[in-house]
Structures are given as C-alpha cells and as structure tokens.
Design a protein around this ligand. Structure first.
Ligand code: ASP
Length: 467
C-alpha cells in the first residue's frame, strides 16, 4: 500500500493506510501498546496495537524510541471522551494491523522530543543529525529554506541572475584573516577562501550582467568573538547603473516583502525604515548598531533602521589610515574632491549603508568606485605603493579601466536575519551543521590532523604554535 504522510491522515478516516517514520514514544500498557509515530511532515499520530494483533504486538514489544518503522493500519476517529483537541491528530488514532521494523536505533544520547534548550550544546553539536530531529530545529531549517526560496524567486523575477563565484580564490583586504588552502600543484602557494564575493561581483558588473545575486558562503578566520562562525552565508547582491537610493529602496522593499511572507506574525515598528547618520547614532545610542525598539519586551517587533554617512577612513593601530567598511566603496559625491586631493581624510564620508535590525547589523553595502584613479587614491591613503596595489588588485584596476559601469550593492548576513526572525539567541540554532564558538566541528571532529603523505605532497612541514 502506498505510504501516506501523517499530516494527511485526517483525510483518510475509515481507510487502511501505511505510514512510516520514527517512534516518538512507545507506551506498553500490558494489553495495549501505544506508539506515537512522527514523520517528515512534522506531524505525529497515536497508533494502538490491540490484544488480538498478536504478530504486530510481538514486534512492537521490541520497539524503542527513535526506531524507524512502518505501520499498516486503519485510521479511526477517537471516541468522544478520548479526544485531545489541543494536539494535532488528537481526534484520530491508527489501529495497527502490521508493524515492520525498517531500522533499529541506539538509545539516543538525549531526548529529541523537547526543544533541547536545557541541553549542553556540545552534545547537541556532536550528534547534530539527532539534534536536527527536534521540532524546533526542523522548523528553523525549513524556515531558512523558505526565506531563501522567497528571496531567490523575488530577485529572479526582477531580472537578477544568481551566479556562483569561486571558493578557491585569493586573499582580499576585507579586514579579517583569510582561511588558506595549500596548493599541491604549486607547492608553497596558497588559495584563500573568500571573505565575501566582493571583487567577483564587481567584476560581474564589468562583465555586463547588470543585476547579480548569490546565496554565498563566506569564510573569515576571526578570533572567537561573540556569536560568530568561521563560515556563514550572505545574500550578496550587486547592480549596475544605480545610486545609493536605488539599492536601499530595493532592499527595503525586499526585506518587507520577505518578512510579510515568511514571518507574518512580525510587526514593523516603522516603515519606511528610519535613516540615521553615523554621527547621530553614535551620539544618541553610543553605537552604530542601535536597538531602536520602543518596547524591547515584545518579541515580534522588528525595528529596522539604516545607518548612513559613515566615515570612509579611520586610524589603524599604527596611526595610519584604514577603511572602515570596504576599500572599494565610493565616497559621497560631494566628498569625491577630498578623496582625489587626499585632503581632510578623516572627514570623507562614504556611500556605505548598513541595515540594522533590533540592535544587530544584518547587512551592509555601498556604491563602488568605478573609476580606477579614485580606487587608487583609497589605497594611496592607506599607504600602499602603486606596485603593491597593481600586484594585489591589478585585475580590479584593469577591469575598471575596461569600461565598468557605475555600480553598487549590499550583502545580508542571512544567518543573523533568520536568527532574529526565529527569535533564537544564536546563529548556531539556524544553521544545519554549525561549528562551536571556537570554530570546531564536534561531529566530524575538525579541524584535524592530516596524513604525512598529504603533507608531503603539499610540501608542508608542521611547526605547531601555541596560541
Ligand atoms: N562585501 C561586503 C561585506 O561582506 C558587502 C558589500 O559591500 O556588498 O560586508
């Protein structure tokens, strides 16, 4: 008999059906055995094995929680006084005719039927495939899929192309340390994993794609600080022939439409999103990620705001200038002369816009310098010799010199946005296979040593540093 999903059972009352899934709970009451079965439709149903079902009863005796079984039986309406109206399928029951064990399961290291919030996180991460069985995690990961699908469809229907960019690439100056990958064919040389697709997306504008986006994996080797992950996901986007207003209004509409679709219970505190200048945010809130919620108790309020007019440069720890956000950004039009003349450097404002939600920066972007001379000035201000800039960014400069249109874009930190929409406290709760805060994968046990032969091929000798 064709398998049906547990969520569909209520449409099959009186019929014989086959269902399969995981044993949520088994209760042996002597004469009667009850099995609550759960499947991928995230529904549960109570099934009952009556004393006359000798064969099924014998099989059911052995069954334990988390075993995978197939049940054949009849869907019955429960007698009035047995109805549990507060639970799904509380008004029906499957009267078991046959039980087949599809796979046994060891006793799970923890209960997967709770929300898991009281558990030690390390054990959840070690047995992530089990942790993911819990309803809360299933819903978070499915929500993530829905949000990403919505964004993909929205952008695709507005002439954006999703284009993959390389994972094996070259170091970029984006403020964090790169993860590097040694090359076997070119011993002593390394690829770097992308901190973001920044340069590639700009090169796609040069290539004439006009509107690009990508659900992109980014890698940053940062010291463990707060709720960070070595790899995380951005919704990365870039557009040609646009100004600040074009990107900001597209993104604001996309955020509003996305939330309305995937989190209809959430309320926007203010639409259009307020725009706050960096100096005002700092003087009023003491941060450029202000939580402007009027009522912080209400978990369903979303207080989005934009932060604009950031300084382009700030002093680094050696007293030189460095960029605050992105070296490829363009200054505000009225500050272009200061950049070109390298004057009043601390006063130059950038076209950078950050989008903040309830005190978290969930995205940022800018209009870019599409003129190579202006980009060169940025690097000069940072004290780079022309030869070094040509060596590191020659491809960017020559691309800009080959007919690159004006362009700009943004990237969202998708994990954080999803975390906030799900009322979770950590991005680890909305990623299928996160690492610990210290960057370890406890399930696969990585990072790990590699074999001597692999090291030899790569021309690498290990000299372990104590951190
Ligand atoms: N690449 C930038 C980042 O990762 C975002 C952007 O400016 O588009 O922060």
């Amino acid at each position: 008999m064709k398998r049906i999903l547990i969520k569909e059972l209520k449409d099959h009352i009186g019929e014989e059906v086959t269902i399969s899934g995981w044993v949520d709970v088994r209760r042996d009451m002597g004469k009667l055995i009850f099995i609550d079965l759960r499947d991928e439709s995230l529904s549960k149903v109570q099934s009952v094995i009556l004393p006359n079902q000798k064969e099924a009863g014998a099989v059911a005796q052995a069954i334990r929680n988390e075993w995978v079984i197939e049940i054949g039986g009849q869907v019955n309406k429960r007698p009035e006084k047995m109805i549990k109206s507060e639970v799904e399928n509380g008004d029906i029951e499957v009267e078991v005719k046959s039980v087949k064990i599809l796979n046994e399961a060891n006793t799970p290291p923890f209960d997967v039927t709770t929300d898991g919030k009281d558990l030690n996180e390390e054990i959840r991460l070690k047995y992530k495939y089990l942790d993911l069985r819990r309803d809360r995690m299933q819903k978070n990961i499915r929500f993530r899929h829905e949000l990403i699908s919505f964004v993909r469809n929205y952008l695709s229907s507005r002439d954006f192309f999703e284009i993959e960019t390389p994972i094996l690439t070259k170091s970029t100056p984006e403020g964090a340390r790169d993860y590097v990958v040694p090359s076997r064919l070119y011993n002593g040389k390394f690829y770097a994993l992308p901190q973001s697709p920044q340069q590639y997306k700009q090169l796609l504008m040069s290539a004439g794609f006009g509107k690009y986006f990508q659900i992109a994996r980014c890698f940053r080797d940062e010291d463990t600080r707060g709720d960070r992950q070595p790899e995380f996901t951005q919704m990365d986007l870039e557009m040609s022939f646009v100004e600040q207003e074009d990107v900001m209004s597209l993104i604001e509409t996309l955020l509003i439409e996305t939330v309305k679709k995937v989190s209809p219970d959430k309320k926007f505190q203010q639409v259009p999103f307020p725009r706050i200048k960096y100096v005002d945010a700092m003087s009023k809130y003491g941060t450029d990620r202000p939580d402007i919620r009027e009522n912080k108790e209400d978990k369903d309020t979303l207080a989005f705001c934009w932060i604009v007019d950031f300084p382009f440069f700030e002093k680094d720890k050696n007293g030189g200038w460095t960029f605050t956000h992105n070296p490829f950004s363009k200054p505000k039009p009225e500050h272009m002369d200061m950049l070109m003349g390298k004057e009043n450097i601390g006063e130059i404002l950038t076209t950078q816009y950050d989008i903040v939600l309830n005190g978290f920066e969930i995205g940022g972007g800018s209009i870019r310098n599409h003129n190579s001379k202006a980009l060169m000035k940025v690097f000069e201000i940072m004290g780079y010799e022309e030869a070094r800039v040509r060596e590191n960014f020659g491809h960017m400069l020559t691309a800009l010199e080959s007919g690159t249109p004006p362009h700009g874009g943004i990237a969202w930190g998708l994990d954080r946005l999803i975390m906030l929409l799900r009322n979770e406290d950590s991005i680890r709760e909305v990623m299928a296979f996160p690492k610990t805060g210290e960057g370890r994968d406890l399930m696969m046990e990585s990072p790990s040593e590699i074999e001597e032969g692999q090291l030899n091929e790569l021309g690498i000798k290990i000299d372990v540093k104590k951190l």
